[in-house]
Design a binder for this molecule. Sequence first.
Ligand SMILES: NC(=O)C1=CN([C@@H]2O[C@H](COP(=O)(O)OP(=O)(O)OC[C@H]3O[C@@H](n4cnc5c(N)ncnc54)[C@H](OP(=O)(O)O)[C@@H]3O)[C@@H](O)[C@H]2O)C=CC1
Ligand SMILES: O=C[C@H](O)[C@@H](O)[C@@H](O)[C@H](O)C(=O)O
Length: 328
Amino acid sequence: MNPALSKFMLARTPERILHPTPTMNTPLPLNTGATIPALGLGTWQSEPGQVKATVIHAIESGYRHIDCAFCYQNEDEVGEALKEVLAKKVVNREELFITTKLWCTFHTRVEEGLDKSLKALGLDYVDLFLVHWPVPMNPKGNHPLFPKFPDGSRDLDKSITHVDTWKSMEKLPETGKVKAIGVANYSVKFLEELLPNTTITPAVNQIENHPYLPQQEIVDFCKGKGIHITAYSPLGSTGSPLMKEEVVIEVAKKHSVEPGAVLLSYHVARGSSVLVKSVTPARIESNRKLTSLDDDDMEKLEGISKAKGFTRFVYPQFGVNLGFPDKQ
Ligand SMILES: NC(=O)C1=CN([C@@H]2O[C@H](COP(=O)(O)OP(=O)(O)OC[C@H]3O[C@@H](n4cnc5c(N)ncnc54)[C@H](OP(=O)(O)O)[C@@H]3O)[C@@H](O)[C@H]2O)C=CC1
Ligand SMILES: O=C[C@H](O)[C@@H](O)[C@@H](O)[C@H](O)C(=O)O
C-alpha cells in the first residue's frame, strides 16, 4: 500500500470503530464538547417558494441538521419551516443543529451579520456560525452581497484580513447567540495563517469534498488540530454528476444501496459530517440512508481522483489565491 493511503487509513480508523454502522444522526464530536449530526440538509440554490416545504419534509423525515447561509437569500423561508415544526412539536429546538454563515460583505459587521440571519431564521441562537469564505468584500459597494467593479471583478475589502474577521467571531460565543464558531472554504495555507492568532480554534471547516476532490491534506491537517470537517457538494453539486460515476455505482451495487448512500457515507467513514441538498421529496428520503463502507470500498473511491485528477465544482471568482493545491 502506498504511504499516503496508509496514512489516510490510519487517520479514519477511530471513527470507523466508533461508528461501524453510521446513521444520518450519528453524533460526531466537536472541539466545543457538543456534537454535530452526521448528515445535514443543504439549502443553497433551493429556490424561494420551495425551501419551506423542503425543510419541513426533511425534518419530518428525520433530518436534524440544516445548513443555511445569509447569502442563500432564503433564510426567511427556512425560518417559516422551523417555526412550523417547532410549533407542531415535531422536534424541540435542542434536537436541531442549525448552521449559518457570515457573508463576505459582513466581515466588518460580524454580529450584525449574525443578527440578520437569526432574525430571518426566527431563532435566538444557532448551533454553528461559519465564516463563509475568508475573503472580505466591500460592505458599501454596488450590491449588498456581490459588489463588483465596472470590469466585473469582485469588489474586495482590503482594509481588513480574514484574521481580523476571526477576532470578531471570537466575541460571539459569550453573547449566547452561537454555540460554536468555525470557518468554511479554508485551505491549509489560510488555516496556518489563522491558527497562531486565535483564542478559539474553529470547531468546523466546511469544505467542498467528494471523491473527485478528497482534499486529504486539509482533512488530515484539521484532524490534527481538532477541527471537524463538514463536506459540501458531496454529489458534485448541481445535477449531481458523481451519481453517474462508474466506481460509485459499482460500490453501491455491492452494498445494494443507492449511489448517493456511497457518496454520503464516504465522509462519515472519514470522520466528517456531510451536507446534501435536494428539494425533491423522494431524494430527501433516499439520501437519509447511510451505509458502512469497508477499506476496499474506500480504496476504490480514493482511486477515482488518482485516475482522473481533481475536479472542484464551487470556486467563485474572488480574484484571490485561496491556497488550494488543485488551483495553484
Ligand atoms: N460553504 C460553502 O461555500 C458551500 C456550502 N454548501 C452547502 O452544502 C450543501 C450541499 O451541496 P450542493 O452544492 O448543494 O450540492 P449536492 O452535492 O448536495 O448536490 C445537489 C444536487 O444534487 C441533486 N440531488 C440530490 N439528491 C439526489 C439524489 N438522491 N439523486 C439525484 N440527484 C440528487 C439535487 O437536485 P434537486 O434539489 O433538484 O433534487 C441538486 O441538483 C449546499 O446546499 C449548502 O448548504 C455548498 C456549496 C458551498
Ligand atoms: O455556499 C455556497 C457557495 O459558497 C456560494 O455561496 C458562493 O459560491 C456564492 O454563490 C458566490 O458566488 O460567491
